[in-house]
Ligand binder design. Structure first.
Ligand code: COA
Length: 333
């Protein structure tokens, strides 16, 4: 029997996006905005939007199947599904349970994590702890969103930012330092800022059945953009510093940085503070906008499948979101 400690390995990644594309030119016809403003302030050019009949679970299931296929893992062998989302199919049951049923992972425990845009890295951290403790062997971590259903399409401050989609990873137990090893995860919260980015309605404070929820449109995302921006930069830098310190690494050692895809200016500011050269920073938000919990796993899957990630690369991922929550993870690919 191998006595080296149990480690998590990422053995498969997958992603899924709606077919429907909403460009900045389309938004110009919906609100008082223009491509130049959106591009220069955010870096976003287009985003994918779910069609009628498509839900958060629709994309989560597709992403999960692709990740399982890459990992050559049967759904029945999965013993844990953790799904990060701010836009579940229903308040309950969890979207993870719907995914469990759809993919046939009948031996898995399944639950959602509410950590907004940090949902995938929070899920990865939970899966890693289960694996290191020996409580799980094959896990599925998913980040999935249909934010377009809680975005106010008449509010130019927010509607330009968000998109829909899902990403997933199969995370398996292995002994020793094999390939694709998850070296560390770090998760943090700062609940004092919860009111800067949230969905006021449809919970127990402002139920969906309440007339105030309807009259004041409390079911839409509310955000203080400038404040969120400043917190996001500092928090993602802190999360990355925690990851680097824990592994005795310097920014220079990192092969690829995959930050949460919220805003090009946030990504540039964090990279600058970390002295991370632009060519080492993975960016795809021009195509998808901010897909919240889905953004990091979509980017990881795209980076891997497009050949950007090579064997032995050190990959640093970081996220920030409503709560506030912030998080990081390091992988030796
Ligand atoms: N098109 C054109 N003008 C717009 C606009 C749009 N879509 N949205 C806002 N404006 C206007 C504002 O009304 C304001 O006009 P005023 O000066 O006449 O009042 C002006 O542009 C500047 O607005 P401001 O909010 O200061 O812009 P900004 O440079 O801070 O950019 C965000 C706004 C939302 C892009 C930016 O704050 C941001 O990205 N914040 C973080 C959001 C985020 O990432 N959230 C998720 C975190 S996980």
């Amino acid at each position: 029997m191998d006595s080296t400690p149990l480690r998590s390995r990422i053995t498969g990644t997958g992603s899924a996006l709606p077919d429907k594309i909403l460009t900045n030119a389309d938004l110009e016809r919906m609100v008082d905005t223009n491509d130049e403003w959106i591009t220069s302030r955010t870096g976003i050019k287009q985003r994918r939007i779910a069609s009628e009949g498509e839900f958060t679970s629709t994309f989560a299931v597709l992403a999960a199947r692709r990740a399982l296929e890459m990992a050559n893992c049967s759904p029945e062998d999965v013993d844990l599904i953790v799904l990060g989302t701010a836009t579940p199919d229903f308040p309950f049951p969890s979207t993870a349970c719907i995914v469990q049923h759809e993919i046939g992972a009948r031996n898995a425990a399944a639950f959602d994590v509410s950590a907004a845009c940090s949902g995938f890295l929070y899920g990865l951290s939970i899966a890693d702890k289960y694996i290191r403790s020996g409580a799980a062997k094959k896990t599925l971590v998913i980040g999935a969103e249909v934010l377009s259903r809680i975005v106010d399409w008449s509010d130019r401050n927010t509607c330009i930012l968000f998109g829909d989609g899902a990403g997933a990873a199969v995370v398996e137990a292995a002994h020793g330092d094999g390939n694709n090893a998850l070296l560390s995860t770090h998760i943090f919260s700062n609940g004092s800022c919860w009111e800067l980015l949230y969905q006021p309605g449809c919970g127990s404070r402002n139920p969906a059945s309440n007339s105030q929820t309807l009259d004041e449109k409390l079911f839409y995302i509310k955000m203080e953009g400038n404040d969120v921006f400043k917190h996001a930069v500092r928090a993602m830098e802190d999360a990355c510093t925690a990851a680097l310190d824990a592994n005795h690494l310097a920014p220079n050692d990192i092969s690829l940085f995959i930050p949460h895809q919220a805003n090009r200016r946030i990504i540039d500011a964090v990279s600058k503070r970390l002295a991370m050269p632009t060519e080492k920073v993975f960016v795809n938000l021009h195509n998808y906008g901010n897909t919240s919990a889905a953004s990091v796993p979509i980017a990881l899957d795209e980076a891997y499948r497009s050949g950007v990630i090579k064997s032995d690369d050190l990959i640093m991922m970081a996220a920030f979101g409503g709560g506030f929550t912030y998080s990081s993870a390091l992988i030796r690919w």
